[in-house]
Design a protein around this ligand. Structure first.
Ligand code: NDP
Ligand code: 8X3
Length: 251
């Protein structure tokens, strides 16, 4: 039977690469995001028989509910939900950060992910089959200056994943958190509000992860046999590593 994957944020980056990889492997897809033109282009590339477009904003609970309720029968038995839609906005220190940016990150990375999960999970529980794959971040585990609210939203994703695993004991629905490090997508363009020069500097003279690297991790987690649950995958480029704790000696 053809398997069905629903991917939030399929218009770019990890979501788009994930759609391409699952399509190559014979899955049918529900591709979502806010940019209709991009969804149309991707559906054309993947084949409109295989890819269903659903254009909505994950921050809007009504739109989320309608998107799932209006799925045609052929796409309604979702095997995998990839909660990928998300963003970072700004890199200012907490006392200078834009409060609206914080709200947008909370609304998208936390509340959007909750709306999607709460709507799709009952379908999976009813069919006793499914897999929720969240896209967290190393920023949810390790702090860095300017990461403040973004990192905290990803820490939420990490702990929510663990708690879902606890809730789903005895039910054949798996849950995974994918935690990427530095990866070149539109992520930094969005973070710096389309200041492309600033965004390019993030990846300059480095070899960041690609969207395909993350799509492959997502595919691998989904492709394990049913008795295996991959709780989390932390994945960083070789060029990125840890810094020691900093001692402030100015006092
Ligand atoms: P991109 O900016 O390339 O893609 C983000 C995707 O999220 C887009 O498809 C965008 O679609 C979608 N999206 C954003 N806001 C909304 C919304 N309100 N409603 C619906 N869709 C939305 O970035 P990435 O591919 O890098 O990011 C994907 C995920 O990976 C995010 O959760 C991000 O936090 C996480 N991540 C990224 C890392 C990186 O270094 N790149 C590292 C670790 C984690 P549209 O604008 O069309 O709505
Ligand atoms: C994105 C990774 O380190 O740029 O989640 O915040 S980082």
């Amino acid at each position: 039977m053809t398997k069905t994957i629903m991917i939030t944020g399929a218009t770019s980056g990890f979501g788009k690469a994930t759609a391409q990889l699952f399509a190559e492997n014979g899955w049918q897809l529900i591709i979502t995001g806010r940019r209709q033109d991009r969804l149309e282009a991707l559906a054309k590339e993947l084949g409109s028989e295989k890819a269903l477009i659903s254009c909505f904003d994950v921050r809007n609970q009504q739109e989320v509910d309608q998107a799932v309720e209006n799925l045609p029968k052929r796409f309604s038995e979702i095997d995998v939900l990839v909660n990928n839609a998300g963003l970072a906005l700004g890199l200012e220190m907490a006392h200078e950060a834009n409060l609206e940016d914080w709200e947008t990150m909370v609304d998208t990375n936390i509340k959007g992910l909750l709306y999607m999960t709460r709507k799709v999970l009952p379908i999976m529980v009813k069919q006793n089959r499914g897999h929720v794959i969240n896209v967290g971040s190393v920023a949810g585990d390790y702090p860095y200056p300017g990461g403040n609210a973004y990192g905290a939203t990803k820490a939420f994703v990490s702990q929510f994943t663990n708690n879902l695993i606890a809730d789903l004991k005895g039910i054949a629905v798996r849950v995974t958190n994918i935690e990427p490090g530095l990866a070149e997508t539109e992520f930094s363009k969005v973070r710096f509000k389309w200041d492309e020069e600033k965004a390019d500097q993030v990846y300059q003279n480095a070899a960041p992860l690609t969207a395909t690297d993350i799509a492959e991790a997502i595919y691998w987690a989904a492709d394990r046999p049913p008795h295996v649950n991959i709780n989390r995958i932390e994945i960083m480029p070789k060029c990125q590593s840890f810094a020691p704790f900093i001692i402030d000696r100015s006092e």
